[in-house]
Design a protein around this ligand. Structure first.
Ligand code: SAH
Ligand code: SF4
Length: 409
C-alpha cells in the first residue's frame, strides 16, 4: 500500500524532495495543491514537472476515496467509504446554518457496545490510521463545498484510537495543512477517563464532548458496557481537568434520551446535581430508532418536561430535535438544535455547535445519484437539494419554572 500524502509533514515531504534533488519550493507547491486546492490526483498539479508528478504518484496516494454507497438527505450527505487498510466506515457532511460540518469515523465498528447505538452492535474490526481519518475529510470536501467544522462522532470511539485521532486533529489544524481553527473541531468520547486527562494536556484547544447518557453508574453500565470501568465521578473529574486546562471551557455532555430508561425527572435532577458545579453544556438528544432494539424516544411532552427539569436544576441545556427520516435520506437522522431561552436567574444557555446529526453505523444505501469522489455529481447531489431546512424551534421560557409549556416560533 502506498503511503498517503496526508501522512507527510512539510519536513517529511521536503526531505523526500531533497533525496530526489528536486527544488525545495516544490514542497510548498505540492501541499498547496493537496490542502489548499483539494487536488484529486498528482496529475492535477499542473505547475509541477511531469516527471515529478509521476514520481509522486508512484510513491504516494492522494485524493478522495470512491464511496461504496451514498445517501443524500436535505441537510446531510452520508458516504460509506472503503478504507485503504480494510473495512468500510461512514462519514457525513452536514449542512447547518449555512456552514458544512464533517462528521468523521475513527474506527471500523466500536468496542464500547452501547445498547442504543447501531455501531455498538458491530465489534471493533480495527482502528483507522490518521491518513484514513483525513481521507474522509478530503472526500467530504471533494463534494464541492468548503467545510468549516469537524466532529469525531462517526463510527468508533476516538479515545480507543488516541494517537491516530490526535495526529489527524493536528493535521487539520496545521497551518501548512488544512489550517482549521481548533475551536471548530469537536472530539466526542464515550468517557475513557484516562484519555480525557491525557487529551486535556495536549496543546490542542478543540472542543470536547462526552457521551454521558445516564446519571448513575448502574444505568450507564447497562447502556454503555464497554466504558463501565470508569465511574461517572472519575469521568467528570477528568472533564473538570480538561476545562481547567482550557481556561474554563465547558465540556459538552451528550444525553441520548430513551423512553422509560433514562428520561425520568429524577434522572434530570441527578444530572443537575452531577453537572451544575462544573463548566458544561448538556445536549439532550431524543433517541433515533435502531433496528435491533425496541428502545424509542420519549413522547414530545415527556422530552420537554425532561429538558425543562434540567434547566430548573441550573443546567445549560439544549434539545436536539429529530426531524425524522427525510424523503430519501437513508441516514434519516437529521436533526436541528433547539435552544431554550434563559429564564431570569437561570444559567445562560450556551451556543451549541452543530455536531452529530446522524446516527453512527447505519449504512447508507446505494444511491444512483451518488456524488463521485472527484467532486462531480450525478444528478441531484446534496448541493442541489431543496431549501436548507433550518426549522429551528425556539421555545420561549420566560421567568421560568419547569413544566411551563414552551412556545414555538
Ligand atoms: N464513540 C463516541 C463518538 C461516536 S458516537 C461517543 O460515543 O461519543 C456519537 C454520538 O452519537 C454519541 O453522542 C452517541 O451518544 C450518539 N448516538 C449513538 N446512537 C444514537 C441513537 N440511536 N440516537 C441518537 N444518538 C445516538
Ligand atoms: Fe461506540 Fe459511541 Fe456508538 Fe457507543 S455511542 S457504541 S461509544 S460509537
Amino acid at each position: 500500500m502506498k503511503q498517503c500524502l496526508y501522512d507527510l509533514s512539510f519536513n517529511d515531504l521536503s526531505s523526500w524532495l531533497r533525496e530526489r534533488e528536486e527544488k525545495p519550493f516544490r514542497a510548498k507547491q505540492i501541499l498547496e495543491w493537496a490542502y489548499g486546492k483539494n487536488a484529486p490526483s498528482f496529475a492535477a498539479m499542473t505547475n509541477l514537472p511531469a516527471a515529478l508528478r509521476e514520481a509522486l504518484d508512484e510513491a504516494f496516494s492522494i485524493g478522495p476515496i470512491e464511496p461504496a454507497a451514498t445517501s443524500t438527505g436535505r441537510d446531510a450527505t452520508k458516504l460509506l467509504l472503503p478504507m485503504p487498510g480494510g473495512g468500510e466506515v461512514e462519514c457525513v457532511r452536514i449542512h447547518m446554518g449555512g456552514t458544512y460540518t464533517a462528521c468523521l469515523s475513527s474506527q471500523v465498528g466500536c468496542a464500547v457496545g452501547c445498547a442504543f447505538c447501531a455501531t455498538g452492535q458491530m465489534r471493533c474490526e480495527r482502528s483507522l490510521d490518521s491518513a484514513e481519518i483525513i481521507q474522509q475529510f478530503v472526500t467530504l470536501r471533494g463534494l464541492g463545498e468548503p467545510i468549516s467544522n469537524v466532529v469525531f462522532m462517526g463510527m468508533g470511539e476516538p479515545f480507543h484510537n488516541y494517537s491516530n485521532v490526535v495526529a489527524a486533529v493536528r493535521r487539520l489544524v496545521d497551518r501548512q495543512a488544512f489550517g482549521m481553527s481548533p475551536s471548530r473541531i469537536t472530539v466526542s468520547t464515550a468517557g475513557v477517563a484516562p484519555m480525557i486527562r491525557r487529551y486535556a494536556q495536549e496543546d490542542l484547544a478543540t472542543e470536547l464532548a462526552v457521551s454521558l447518557n445516564a446519571p448513575d453508574d448502574a444505568l450507564r453500565r447497562r447502556l454503555m458496557p464497554g466504558v463501565a470501568r470508569w465511574p461517572i465521578a472519575d469521568i467528570l473529574s477528568a472533564c473538570a481537568e480538561f476545562s481547567k486546562a482550557h481556561g474554563g471551557q465547558p465540556v459538552t455532555f451528550a444525553y441520548v434520551l430513551i423512553d422509560g430508561v433514562n428520561d425520568d425527572l429524577d434522572h434530570a435532577k441527578a444530572l443537575g446535581e452531577l453537572l451544575a458545579g462544573q463548566p458544561h453544556h448538556l445536549n439532550v438528544i431524543p433517541l433515533n430508532p435502531v433496528a435491533h432494539t425496541t428502545m424509542k424516544a420519549p413522547e414530545r411532552d415527556r422530552t420537554w418536561a425532561f429538558v425543562h427539569h434540567c434547566h430548573r436544576y441550573r443546567l445549560n441545556v439544549s434539545l436536539r430535535r429529530s426531524k425524522g427520516a427525510e424523503s430519501d435520506a437513508a441516514c434519516g437522522q437529521l436533526r436541528t438544535n433547539t435552544r431554550l431561552e434563559t429564564p431570569e436567574g437561570a444559567p445562560s444557555i450556551t451556543e451549541e455547535e452543530a455536531p452529530h446529526d446522524h446516527q453512527p453505523g447505519r449504512n447508507p444505501r446505494r444511491d444512483s445519484r451518488a456524488p463521485k469522489a472527484d467532486g462531480s455529481r450525478g444528478g441531484g447531489g446534496a448541493g442541489q437539494r431543496g431549501r436548507s431546512d433550518q426549522d429551528r424551534s425556539r421555545p420561549r421560557h420566560r421567568g421560568g419554572g419547569a413544566g411551563r409549556r414552551p412556545r414555538r416560533d
